[in-house]
Design a protein around this ligand. Sequence first.
Ligand SMILES: Cc1cc2nc3c(=O)[nH]c(=O)nc-3n(C[C@H](O)[C@H](O)[C@H](O)COP(=O)(O)O)c2cc1C
Length: 321
Amino acid sequence: MASQTVKTGFTLGHNYVNDLTRFLRWSHKGRQDRHAAQTEYAILKQYHGIEKGLSLKEPRPGFGQEKIKDLLVRIDTYEKDPAHKPAVVKAAIGSLLDYRTFNRTHDVSQLWLDRWLEARSSQQIEHAERDGGVEHVTRAAILEKTAGVTENFFMSRHSIRNFSGGEVPFDDIERAANIARKTPSVCNRQGPRSHCFMNASKALKLQSGNAGFGHQASRALVITSDIQAYSSVGERHQAYIDGGLYAMSIVYALHALGYGSCMLAWNQTMQKNAKARTKLGIPDNEVIIMMIAVGTLPDELVVANAYRRPVSSSLFVHPDE
Ligand SMILES: Cc1cc2nc3c(=O)[nH]c(=O)nc-3n(C[C@H](O)[C@H](O)[C@H](O)COP(=O)(O)O)c2cc1C
C-alpha cells in the first residue's frame, strides 16, 4: 500500500515536472517578443484591457496610459515579424480609436496616441473601426435574441452513445466551431482549438471511453488549448478552464444544430500525450483537453438518465450579513 503511494507520487511528480517544462517552454511570460504567436497573445491581453475599461459604467478618462504606450511599442515590434496577423493589429487599433474618442469627449488630449494613429494607413483605420473596440447594445435587443431559448434547450442535451451513422458535413462542424469562438476566455486570448478528424476513428482509437459507440461517430473533435496564450504562474491551469468552456460551447452548438455528441475524457500520462500529439499532428505548444465524438441522431434512442444531485448540493447561499 505504502509502496503503491510512493510509486504513484513519483509518477505524479514526473508528470508535473513535464507540465512545468512545457509551460516554461511555451507560455508567453517574458518571451512575448520571441515568437509572433506569443506576442499576439500579449497584444490581445493588452488591448482587451482597453475594451474592458471602456465597457465599465463610468470609465476613468485617460485610464491605463502607461500600459497603452507599451501596447503601441509591442504592436510596432509585432508588425515587423513576417508571421504577424494584420487582423490582430486592426482589432487593437479599433480599441485604440474608441479609447481616443472616449478621451477626446472628456477633454483628455493624448498627442502620443494621435501621432501613432496618424502614422497608420487609412485602410488599417477603416477596417479597425469595424473590428475592435466597444459596441453599444440594448437590453431589448439581447432579450429579443434570447426569447426563443428556454431551459428545454439545456435539459434536452444528453451525451449520445448511439449514432445513426450518417455523415456530419464539415460545414456544420465549422458552424459549431464558429459559435464556440464566442466562448469567454481569459482576457479574450482565445487559447482553445478544435482539431476535426473527418475520419473519426483516427482519433477515437486513442481513447478508450468511446468503446461500443465511437465507430458510429462521423467526426471526432480533439479540443486543445494553446499554452502560448498563458503567462503568469497563476495561469498554469488556465488552458484547462478555457478549453473546458470552449468544449461545452461546441457541444451546445452541435445540439442546437441537431447533432449528437459525447465528450470523451483525455486523462493521460505525459508519454501518452506525446504519442497522441505525434499521431494526430497536434503541435507541441497545445495541450489536449478532451475529445468529442460527433454523429447523427437516430430517430429513437436510449440515453443515460444521468441522475443529477439536487441543486442544493451544488448551490450554496452565503447570506448578506
Ligand atoms: C470531461 C468529460 C469526459 C467524459 N468522458 C466520457 C467518456 O470517455 N466516455 C463516455 O461515454 N462519456 C464521457 N463523458 C460523458 C459523461 O459521462 C456525461 O456527461 C455524464 O454522465 C452526464 O450525462 P449527460 O452528458 O448525458 O448529461 C465525459 C464527460 C466529460 C465532461
